[in-house]
Design a protein around this ligand. Structure first.
Ligand code: HEM
Length: 379
């Protein structure tokens, strides 16, 4: 009987998973898999080499970088707005409660990478792209799938308010309906929800993220021994301690998160609910029994998440410091707009003579701006 049920779950899960395309997703307009081929061919090597070295000292950084990308993309798209410090205009996304537990080491790693990349290539790579590649490499270097990410994102000029950030990042106490609705608003499916939640196969959580399931009464949907051990780490609801997200293999990116859920050893309400709700249970069972399938779908959902509301072309800017908007970028974009209006018939780069790489003139240039400036000089 139990094996029949498992067969049914796996069949139903396979049907849900079939909603995915099995080919490399087509990048959204403006992004490409070869974006920095000529301007920064060393980009992926620089990031991977740096992370390999840093992970030897602190493997937890991988989880921090993966979560940073998720928190960037869910709030006004993958535009590195989560990296912006607060300003005179108000507190930034970083001040919103869900972001208070983002790891400082992850922010530092992005800034360190920014400096290394600038040295090798000039300021041509966006902070949003650095975050996306760092998240991808964090998955691969902890044992997860290797996949390509489309690049060419631009950095946002603004950050979201604390209230918007709070509304866009679902809390760990969410039930499945709430999660489905939240993801639906940004065109992510039920299957994406189950798949991306698999990110909780690495990293840590503070007691306050799950003590709602321990106190005042214990969640009946939690394994009793698991709950007993969690209570040792979190003797009261507001303890500041933390514990691992995945009790089986805490630092390895694998499918054990789903095995935990099948065994009622999921940490958050939002995790364990995925194995109770009829819309998500089958896919959890399928991923628990098939790591390769989970990896394939995780790669696809990450590429999808990584393209949410991206800025491309002449939108936004390439920040020189990931924590702050470029100074004078407002004035620069006015100049850019004016030049674009003045120049009605820009030539294509390959048909222009005397073409010069404009990043030597202004490092945060967009391709339109390069055009406009080139024409104004040599037109
Ligand atoms: C679906 C809704 C999600 C909820 C409600 C949620 C919630 C949380 C919470 C509460 C924590 C622990 C924070 C703390 O107490 O310190 C956490 C950690 C983490 N989350 Fe999620 N998360 C979700 C989705 C995701 C996604 C989509 C990813 C990536 C694909 C992700 C990756 C991580 C990682 C890697 C950690 C560990 C971070 C670290 O150790 O620094 N989460 N999440």
């Amino acid at each position: 009987m139990a094996s029949m049920l498992m067969c049914f779950l796996i069949f139903f899960g396979a049907t849900l998973a079939a909603g995915f395309s099995d080919t490399q997703p087509k990048p959204v307009p403006g992004l490409s898999y070869t974006f920095y081929k000529s301007t920064c061919p060393e980009l992926e090597w620089i990031i991977r080499t740096y992370l390999k070295k840093e992970f030897k000292k602190d493997i937890g950084l991988a989880a921090g970088l993966l979560r940073l990308h998720f928190h960037d993309c869910f709030v006004q798209g993958c535009d590195a707005s989560v990296l912006l410090d607060g300003s005179a205009s108000g507190p930034s996304e970083q001040d919103a409660p869900p972001n208070l537990t983002l790891r400082p080491a992850a922010f530092k790693a992005i800034n360190d990478l920014r400096a290394l990349i600038d040295k090798m290539c000039g300021v041509v790579v966006s902070c949003a792209d650095v975050v996306a590649v760092a998240a991808r490499d964090s998955v691969a270097l902890t044992g997860g799938p290797h996949y390509k990410v489309p690049l060419g994102r631009r950095d946002g000029l603004t950050f979201a308010t604390v209230n918007v950030t709070l509304a866009d990042l679902p809390p760990p106490t969410s039930n499945v309906s709430f999660l489905i609705n939240t993801l639906n608003k940004i065109n992510l499916t039920v299957a994406d929800l189950v798949t991306l939640s698999g990110g909780h196969t690495i990293g840590l959580a503070h007691c306050t993220s799950f003590t709602n399931r321990l106190y005042p009464t214990q969640d009946t949907n939690m394994d009793k021994t698991f709950a007993k051990n969690l209570k040792l780490t979190c003797p009261a609801a507001n303890t500041t301690n933390s514990t691992v997200n995945d009790i089986r293999t805490p630092n390895t990116f694998d499918n054990k998160y789903y095995v935990n859920l099948v065994n009622k050893e999921g940490l958050f309400t939002s995790d364990q609910g995925l194995f109770s709700d009829f819309r998500t249970k089958a896919l959890v069972a399928l991923f628990a029994s098939n790591k390769i399938l989970f990896f394939e779908h995780f790669a696809l959902s990450m590429v999808k998440m990584g393209q949410i509301s991206v800025l491309t072309g002449s939108q936004g800017e390439i920040r020189t410091n990931c924590s702050a908007r470029n100074s004078g970028s407002g004035l620069w974009s006015v100049v850019e707009d004016l030049l674009e209006q003045l120049l009605e018939f820009p030539c294509r780069p390959q048909s222009c003579t005397h073409w010069i790489p404009i990043h030597q003139v202004k490092s945060s240039s967009s391709s339109n701006l390069e055009h406009a400036l080139h024409l104004s000089r040599f037109g």
